[in-house]
Design a protein around this ligand. Structure first.
Ligand SMILES: [Zn+2]
Length: 471
């Protein structure tokens, strides 16, 4: 009895000692009201772009940070479209970590919304509103993480920088463009976390997490066919429209060579491992070195999963076709514009030469439309401390594997990557079934599950804590 009690005392003293050393953890249940309050508050600020008016978010965030004693600064080239930068200082052992969310949202068609787009209405476990999944979720999760780091007085091995960024939806000059050009020392970091990833739920079950580690580079190519003009009653062999149509048809049939990089190779391998056998086969086959096996899988993906097909190669989509102005006039010129999304390591000159070869018509001139606004930067490394932290948090918070992805579209992380910041795109869990039903980003009824907002705050915290706390 006595010995037993002594043992008990020793055990509880030991656990007290452990408790004293263990980092303080947030009380997640207690935080839910506060998270929801900030999330709804920023959703209710109308920052549709154009015109943006993102300063109202910057000001809201600033007063929240002020109350907490976190220093921040509102900056911008246009003060109606300002950004906010806040920083928590670490001991400088490691280079900073940047966490950001954009404060603008795309415009709305008011007539289509069941709940007003800036009402942040809570209904049936969801929050509805423009920006709920793009990108006031990332903004709120980053803000909450800053508040928690400060409140729990977490000693840091690196600075944690938080940015509320304007202009992401089509006017990055006031946002990331300005920040990288005029404020780079204030946001310079080893790693950054921003939008672009997410966690996929199918049938209400969390299946896997994705983290965006690189993206394709948008480039435009123009085709201009030249011919002799004349009377429409006398058909000519040199007809510019005929030559252009031929060129476009050839490019429409053409699928540039498949090339994997570290991210896409890992992505398809991991996807195959977690997918039902009937589709897993295609993800595995497309990685095959046997040309026939690979080709069959490529054909299937092109037809059934075009986004995956685009991830395999530099893609070409003819999207504008212009020529002619009267039915009885043979025009001397016709023009088509191709949307090219290049793999990050694509050699533009070589690729242009390939396009010319496919067109194979001296009457058709082929050239780039101009400078791409975005240049490729190094991809985020999968063997980095950051990716490992993201994988660990995915397992801890969601119990799933993390797949690195390359986005086919462009994001604001491109500008940071050109400055050698390793960027990772993250996001909350959403239902795979939601976007086709019209509940996704940019749709007329954007929404997020309340439970997934809270889980995403926790996920963001876990990653930031893992990467930044003093060891
Ligand atoms: Zn966005």
């Amino acid at each position: 009895m006595k010995a037993g009690r002594l043992a008990l005392v020793l055990v509880s003293m030991a656990s007290l000692a452990v408790l004293a050393q263990a980092p303080k953890q947030p009380d997640w249940t207690a935080l839910q009201d506060e998270t929801m309050r900030h999330y709804q508050a920023v959703l209710r600020l109308d920052t549709r772009n154009p015109p943006g008016n993102e300063h109202i978010v910057a000001e809201y965030v600033k007063q929240v940070l002020d109350k907490e004693g976190i220093a921040s600064q509102i900056v911008g080239s246009d003060m109606n479209r300002s950004n906010l930068i806040a920083r928590l200082k670490g001991n400088g052992k490691k280079r900073p970590l940047l966490i950001m969310g954009h404060s603008d949202v795309v415009t709305i068609d008011e007539t289509k919304w069941k709940f007003p787009a800036f009402s942040a209405t809570r209904d049936g476990g969801y929050v509805y509103g423009r920006g709920t999944v793009d990108d006031k979720d990332n903004l709120s999760a980053s803000l909450m993480t800053m508040l928690l780091l400060k409140r729990l007085n977490v000693p840091l091995d690196r600075d944690v920088i938080f940015v509320s960024e304007s202009g992401e939806e089509g006017s990055s000059g006031v946002g990331i463009g300005y920040l990288v050009k005029d404020r780079f020392p204030e946001i310079d970091a080893e790693y950054c976390l921003a939008e672009g990833g997410g966690v996929t739920r199918i049938g209400g079950q969390v299946k896997f997490a994705t983290v965006q580690t690189l993206e394709k580079i948008p480039r435009g190519i123009e085709l201009v066919a030249h011919g002799i003009s004349g009377h429409g009653s006398v058909p000519l062999k040199s007809n510019a429209i005929v030559h252009l149509a031929g060129a476009v048809a050839k490019l429409g049939e053409w699928r540039p060579d498949i090339r994997f990089n570290e991210t896409t190779g890992t992505y398809f391998r991991k996807l195959a491992a977690i997918s039902p056998p009937e589709v897993a086969k295609y993800y595995r086959d497309v990685l095959s070195t046997d040309p026939k096996t690979r080709k069959a899988a490529d054909d299937w993906l092109f037809e059934n999963e075009p986004r995956h097909s685009s991830m395999l190669r530099t893609s070409v989509s003819p999207n504008i076709f212009q020529g002619g102005y009267r039915s009885n006039v043979i025009p001397s010129e016709a023009k088509a514009t191709l949307d090219v999304r290049a793999l990050p390591d694509e050699d533009p000159a070589k690729f242009l030469a390939q396009v010319k070869q496919v067109v194979n018509d001296p009457a058709v001139d082929v050239h780039f439309t101009g400078q791409s606004g975005r240049e490729p930067g190094p991809d985020a490394r999968l063997d980095s401390e950051a990716f490992k932290a993201l994988e660990a948090a995915g397992m801890k918070v969601y119990g799933v594997q993390t797949l690195p992805t390359m986005s086919t579209g462009a994001t604001d992380m491109a500008q940071l990557r050109t400055k050698e910041v390793q960027c990772f795109g993250i996001g909350p869990a959403t239902d795979f079934e939601d976007p086709p039903k019209g509940f996704g980003a940019h749709s007329d009824q954007e929404r997020l599950l309340e439970s997934e907002l809270h889980r995403f705050v926790r996920f963001t915290w876990e990653v930031v804590y893992d990467l930044a706390h003093a060891r």
